[in-house]
Every structure is written in C-alpha cells, then in structure tokens.
Ligand binder design. Structure first.
Ligand code: FES
Length: 248
C-alpha cells in the first residue's frame, strides 16, 4: 500500500451518468490489477484520513490511471488527488477459465470493467449483465468481443439458465444501499438455477465503506461461515459466496 499524488489531466464525459478521469501519476499504475481499487481524496479537501472514497480504475497506461466516476460530480483538470493503493486482492481466476459472467445489479459495473480487456486478451469469453440502473452504463467503449445483456429489474434475462450454466466463474456487484440483502437475492437466484453452487464459482464483489484500507480499523469486517471474520479491504473485494452465511 502506497500513497501517491496524482493530477487530473482531463475529464472525459461518457454520458450524463458517467465520466472518466485521466490521472497522471508516476510509477504506480502497474501495481494495480483487476479487482483492486484506490482510496482517493482531493488534495484541497480536509486532511481527515477517514474521508477517502473508493475509486475503481478502468484503464491503466504508462504513468496514467483512468478511473470511473459519477457524471454528477464536477472535477477540474489540474486538481491534485491523493491516492492510497492498491486496495484489496486481485480477482482470483481459475486456471482453466473459458467463460466469465459479470453482473452489475442496479449499480455501476466499474469494479468489473478493468478485468474485461484482460480476460478477452487471454481468450476468455466474457458476458456482462446489466440490471436496473446499471443499464445507464455506456457500453460503447467496451471491447466489441464482450457480450452485453440488458436484464430486467428483477435480475432475470432471456436464456438465463444457459448463461449461468455456461459460466466458469461469476463476479457480482450490487447497489450499496443494502449490499448484503441484494447479494442474498443473487445467491438465492443461483441456487435455484444450478443443482449446486461450488466453491470458486460465484463471487460477491463487496464495496462497503473502507476508512483505512489496510485491515486496521475494522470498518469493513465480514463474518463468514464457521464464525471466521475477514476484512474486505485486505481479503476482498471478491468474496466467495459459498463462504458467506446467507439465511437458509
Ligand atoms: S477499511 Fe479498515 S479494516 Fe477494512
């Protein structure tokens, strides 16, 4: 985990809901892998260390990180941003991976976006399912090899059984208003669609508030089955859903 200063070089509006910030930062981007995020704070804001936001990189270039932010927030080129990262563990893919299903339920798919070109370049087929507000996401800049499915608000879609059966691994993000309730709905949906949900198949990509990002404050504790406890900032964000004690 390192802290660096970045400068907003430019902002690129994707549509009325989303924008990309191109951040100039030296010798940092190569440290970040799909699944990892940054804790960010604009330099002119308060120096309270507990007010950082979780920013998701969607592209990394030499000395540049591109992050995705809501279109409703105003950023100016030249603003300085303090970044802490990389937060969390990279997504853990199976070695025999052929087909990956990504699901964004009523929220931006940003935590999943950086993995898409990486998977496709490794000859993995990728399907992105967008439900609810996720349908506002502009998909025209995503790789053409990506299959995009616009799902219904109840997280159903045509040929759902086939899509779920075909996937070797699934990564899910949900709206943060009640993350665990929404993940429970996903878990129940998959249990109904498959005879069994095996380990290393279905992952909840969790985004609770993460004040410190290093496992020190206890702000992102998650109790697992058998009473084990993990911190999402150090062991997540992708948590195997078979290890989460969802209600039976
Ligand atoms: S954010 Fe502090 S323990 Fe995870």
């Amino acid at each position: 985990m390192r802290e660096v200063q970045a400068i907003i070089e430019r902002t690129v509006r994707l549509n009325e809901h989303y924008q990309n910030l191109h951040l100039s930062v030296q010798d940092f981007g190569s440290d970040i892998k799909p699944g990892q995020s940054l804790l960010a704070r604009l330099a002119e804001e308060t120096w309270d260390p507990y007010l950082r936001e979780q920013w998701w990189p969607v592209g990394i270039k030499k000395d540049e990180i591109i992050v995705e932010r809501p279109g409703s927030i105003t950023y100016e080129p030249g603003q300085v941003v303090s970044l802490l990262g990389a937060v969390g563990q990279p997504f853990r893919y199976k070695r025999t991976l052929r087909n990956v299903l990504l699901i964004a339920d009523d929220t931006a798919p940003s935590p999943l976006v950086m993995s898409i070109p990486w998977l496709i370049s490794n000859r993995v087929s990728v399907t992105l399912v967008l439900a609810g507000q996720a349908n506002q996401y502009p998909t025209n800049k995503l790789p053409p090899e990506l299959e995009v499915i616009h799902a219904n608000d109840d997280l159903s879609w045509q040929n759902m059984v086939m899509t779920v059966g075909w996937a070797d691994q699934v990564f899910v993000v949900v709206k943060g208003d009640d993350e665990m309730r929404r993940m429970t709905r996903v878990w129940e949906r998959f249990k109904n669609l498959r005879a069994s949900v095996d380990k290393q198949y279905l992952f909840a990509v969790m985004q609770p508030p993460q004040p410190c990002g290093v496992g020190a404050c206890g702000g992102c504790l998650l109790t697992l089955r058998e009473g084990e406890v993990c911190t999402i900032c150090t062991q997540g964000p992708a948590i195997d859903m078979t290890s989460i004690p969802f209600p039976e």
